[in-house]
Design a protein. Structure first.
Length: 459
């Protein structure tokens, strides 16, 4: 009998397993593929490895801007992807060591909940039976493939998801991206940098839907200058061979051709084939009454005592760092420590070049809530370090502040390396700090992070 059985070894599952094991619980962790889940093997890490190679190539191509002559620079597509694989393997190996050090038993296979017993739960994996007092479900998500005629038929050949595109053997000359969200834009960034002609078809009137409108528009403008074609407010109606057929805002039928077509229209929670129905776990329903994830409370508890869920499987905040924190909250409550999940300061990052990062409310969200707020803005060029390291670079720091309390409501940034400094804004929102308090904080000079303090002084 284990104290805790965890189904899924992604950021939510393996971190929770490590925390629980270190706290003295007996833990079994089931993972049907590789430890690290989608994030490490098919998402966060491999894509960022590719994007960094693209960024290095961008620097090489424009080195003359910095007084450095690089007469010849070229892309070795195979070598870039080989390095990506090496990085992933190294990190997967590191997780295995972490699990051993935490005395976590790792079982490779798809675990299924068989039922509830008097003192716990029964699970089966690879024809072996396991018993556990508590279960944490971290089965993650998979790429959504909408029922567009011809889309599924081409899947795995011309049509690829984030999984298949990471295994390409040759660089496509043309790439059509269906969906201008985070994943779509990151791949658009990578392939644009290495010389592929990229076309993005998006149903919404903007890219990066949930992000701040102004920041989104600025990023789109920069990528248009780099040669990326955007077709917004366009509905894809079919995929015919290597062509994406879509309707433009005026209702005209248009086509975009590519050697590869990346479908990137979101993700869906993996809630099937786990055995949830056998113990009566309640699902979260969308307005149409269809389940989109496992329903949990702020302690990550389901309606079944002893059963918890964390990460993408809840269908709420599909981010690796959210999953990690949710797994920690679940383990703390299993250990008897009161802990609650909060979502007011979850950062979001888009690893394009330049990067985008944001936390808290956007300007549109604050306005929709009827809040009385002030918008503070400064170009990133007000940071000396940014100017020194981003020749001809454009960026923006944008902060929403409550007019009455002077507390920070949201921070949104465009410009490198905002992914590394957004955490300061996360802490400001999480701790409810006022602009006056933040003005008293000493920032190191010269750093790009100083742009936050400079923007606060706009109030």
């Amino acid at each position: 009998m284990y104290d805790l059985a965890i189904i899924g070894g992604g950021p939510g599952g393996y971190v929770a397993a490590g925390r629980a094991g270190a706290a003295g619980l007996s833990v079994v962790l089931f993972e049907k593929n590789e430890l690290g889940g989608v994030c490490l093997n098919e998402g966060c890490i491999p894509t960022k490895t590719l994007l960094y190679s693209a960024k290095v190539y961008d620097y090489a191509k424009h080195a003359d801007r910095y007084g450095v002559n690089v007469p010849e620079s070229s892309i070795d597509f195979g070598a870039i992807f080989k390095r990506k694989t090496k990085v992933v393997k190294k990190l997967v190996g590191g997780i295995k060591v972490q699990m051993r050090n935490a005395n976590v038993e790792v079982v490779k296979g798809a675990a299924v909940i068989e039922g509830k017993e008097a003192d716990g739960f029964l699970l089966e994996c690879e024809e072996e039976k396991y018993q556990a007092r508590n279960i944490l479900i971290c089965t993650g998500s998979e790429a959504a493939v909408p029922p567009i005629p011809g889309l599924r038929e081409g899947l795995g050949s011309t049509v690829v998801t984030n999984r298949e595109i990471l295994s390409l053997e040759e660089q496509p000359e043309r790439l059509v991206v269906i969906g201008g969200g985070v994943i779509g834009m990151e791949f658009a960034s990578f392939f644009n940098s290495i010389g592929t002609q990229v076309t993005v078809v998006e149903m919404l009137p903007k890219i990066l839907g949930p992000l701040d409108d102004e920041i989104s528009a600025m990023l789109q403008a920069q990528y248009e200058k780099k040669g990326v074609e955007f077709h917004l407010s366009c509905k894809v109606v079919a995929v015919e061979g290597n062509e994406v057929v879509y309707e433009d805002p005026e209702g005209n039928t248009c086509r975009a051709a590519g050697d590869k077509i990346l479908v990137s229209v979101g993700r869906r929670a993996n809630i099937a084939d786990i055995g949830l129905e056998k113990i009566g776990v309640e699902m979260a329903l969308n307005p149409a009454g269809r389940p989109y994830g496992i329903k949990v409370n702020e302690k990550m508890q389901t309606n079944v005592p002893g059963v918890y869920a964390a990460g993408d499987v809840t269908g709420f905040s599909m981010l690796a760092h959210t999953a990690t924190r949710e797994g920690e909250v679940a383990v703390n409550n299993i250990l008897g420590k009161a802990d609650y999940m909060r979502y007011n300061a979850i950062p979001g990052v888009v690893y394009t070049n330049p990067e985008v990062a944001g936390v808290g409310l956007t300007e549109a969200e604050a306005a929709k809530l009827g809040l009385d707020f002030t918008v503070l803005k400064l170009p990133m060029a007000f940071s000396g370090r940014f100017v020194a390291e981003n020749e001809r670079g454009e960026g923006l720091c944008k902060i929403m502040v409550d007019k009455t309390t002077h507390k920070v409501l949201g921070v949104h940034m465009l410009g490198n390396p905002c992914s590394e400094i957004i955490q300061s804004a996360c802490m400001a929102i999480e701790e409810g700090l006022t602009v006056e308090q933040l003005k008293e904080v000493v920032f190191p000079h010269p750093t790009v992070s100083e742009i936050l303090k400079e923007t606060f002084f706009e109030l």
